[in-house]
Design a protein around this ligand. Sequence first.
Ligand code: AMP
Ligand code: MG
Length: 342
Amino acid sequence: MNLKTEWLSAARTEDIQRAADLLKNGGLVGLPTETVYGLAANALDGGVVKKIFLAKGRPQDNPLIVHVASVEQVAPLVQVFPAGAQALAKAYWPGPLTIILPKADCIPLETSAGLPTVAVRFPAHPAAQAVIRACGLPLAAPSGNLSGRPSPTTAQHMWHDMQGRIDAVLDGGPCEVGVESTVVTLAGERPRLLRPGGITLEQLQAVLGPVDVDEAVLNRLPEGETAASPGMKYKHYAPNARVIIIKGTSGQYAAYVNSHAAPGVAALCYKEEEPMLQVPCISYGGQGDDRALAHELFRALRAFDDDTGVKLVYARCPEPTGLGMAVYNRLIRAAGFEVLQL
Ligand code: AMP
Ligand code: MG
């Protein structure tokens, strides 16, 4: 792959139009959303969608989220748009929530990765909405990272991973939420959370009543078990270094890290722990400030890759409640489920 990737700015109307034209012509475009940057293409063209998998190196069995710019745009993509889904859309769209429903025939099997369902989302980012409206197409867009890498939360991250592999990156500034959308399926008997994100479990329950939490959200799936959300089964979001999550008080954490200080050892810590640590550290927010932690997590994980000397990262991780559940879900995968309780 050696495409000449264009750098476009969401602040320029002609660049929004350029992104839309590329998409109409079967191109791949990096798009800003409020969650992370997405790698967008025409969701209705299976041949074009195949190029997304190639550009990312994404496993073929991992389905894509289809992005729309209005609630009305969903109806032709699904077999049914049940009351629960409509209530969620009313409460949280546009926003960081993806809803899975039985798919209509117009969704190619490449987009749904062979599943009979489709994931749909109406993003809040004005540039994403403007591009979808300008091209008039629903856009399949997984996160714009190379498969397995931390998701991009700036246009520069996306450029780093995808330059030469796609037609353009549209710069719309840093992403507000910083982790990918919440994924909930309404295609089964009961609503089930498949991936936590910017809309919390508590917010889903407020609209739907009881919501099951898929086993894979907080745990490593047993070998051989089929994931309800195929994206949850891979080691994911990981920097090159080995990551170990450390549980305990700040004092215990600092004592442990300092006693294991060595070349190549670094820390992903809370802001207030920085002065206590004697190894290179990156803080990603204050303890308990889940909004900041979500916003900064992927930037911090990528920053460890900028220093090739870093081999081992001792990381702090919030409890899996509220928005902390989304941070926990990503970080535990970045760590390959390695946790040390002090
Ligand atoms: P990404 O867009 O890269 O953040 O990944 C999309 C996520 O949504 C992955 O975890 C997918 O497995 C999940 N997903 C997309 N479509 C479906 C679907 N039809 N059923 C279950 N999970 C889905
Ligand atoms: Mg992804």
